[in-house]
Design a binder for this molecule. Sequence first.
Ligand code: DGL
Length: 272
Amino acid sequence: MSNPRILLFDSGMGGLTVARAVAKQLPDAHLIYSADNAGFPYGAWKEKPLVERIRRVMGAFIDRSDPDVVVVACNTASTIAIAELRASFNQPFVGTVPAIKPAAAMTKSNIIGVLATPGTVNREYTHSLIHTYAYHCKVFLHGAPRLAEIAEQKLRGHRVDMAELADEIAPVFRKRDGGRTDVVVLGCTHYPLLTEEIAKVAPWDVSYIDPAPAIARRVADVVEETMLKGEDRSVPAHGTVLLTAARSETSETLAAYGTMGFPKHEIIDLPV
Ligand code: DGL
C-alpha cells in the first residue's frame, strides 16, 4: 500500500503546528505543505475576495501535488471557505475551526477566551459554534491584529516584543461576577508557536487549547476511509513547501520551514 499524500494549507507558517501533529500521528505520510505567503495575513481580508483567492490558490496547489487528503490548517480559511472548497475539488478536506466545543466542556468558571484573527471572530461560523456549544458560557472573542505576524517573526528567529504580545492577548483575560477566564482557545494555527511567551505575559494561569492533536486524529480517520492514489505522476517530495511568493525575507523564511520539517520549496505561479 502506498503512503497517504497529504497537502496542508495555510496563509503562512501557522499550519506547521498542525503539520507537526500530523507527522506524529502518521509518520509514514507524504507531507506537502502549502502557504499563500503572497496573501498573508488572511485575517485582514474581506470575505468575498478571500474565498475567491483561497479557491484559486488551492486549485494551483492541488494541481501540483495531487493529494489524497487536504488539510486546511487555517481557521480564517476554514471558517469562510471549507464548504466552497469541498464543492470545488474531489479530495476530502479536513478543516480547522476554533475549539469552542472542547473549551466549553473544560471551563469551570464558564468564562472562555477565544484568540483568533480579526476575520475569524467576525465569521458567522464562529458565532454559531458559540451559540451551539457555549451558550451557557461568557465568551470573550478577540481578533488579534498582529499575533500571526509576531508568530512568523519568532519562527524566523526574531525577538518577540513581550509588551506588544501582552497587549494582543489582554482582551481575553476577563473577570465576571467573582470568576475569571480559565480557558483560552488558540483559534489561529499560528498561535501555538507562541504558547510559551503567551503564558509568560498572561495576567494569570489558564488552560490553552491547541487543536492540532485533534485535527491530526481526524486526518488519520479520513486517510483510513480514502482510496489512495499512489505515485503515478511526478509530485513534490515529502517535506516540500509550496509558496505563492518569494518574499523579501526569503532565506529566513525557508530556514524556518526547514526547522519544522519542510526543507525543500517550490514557488507556484498562480493562474491569472
Ligand atoms: N493561521 C491562520 C489561522 O489559523 C491565519 C493567519 C492569517 O493569515 O491571518 O487563522
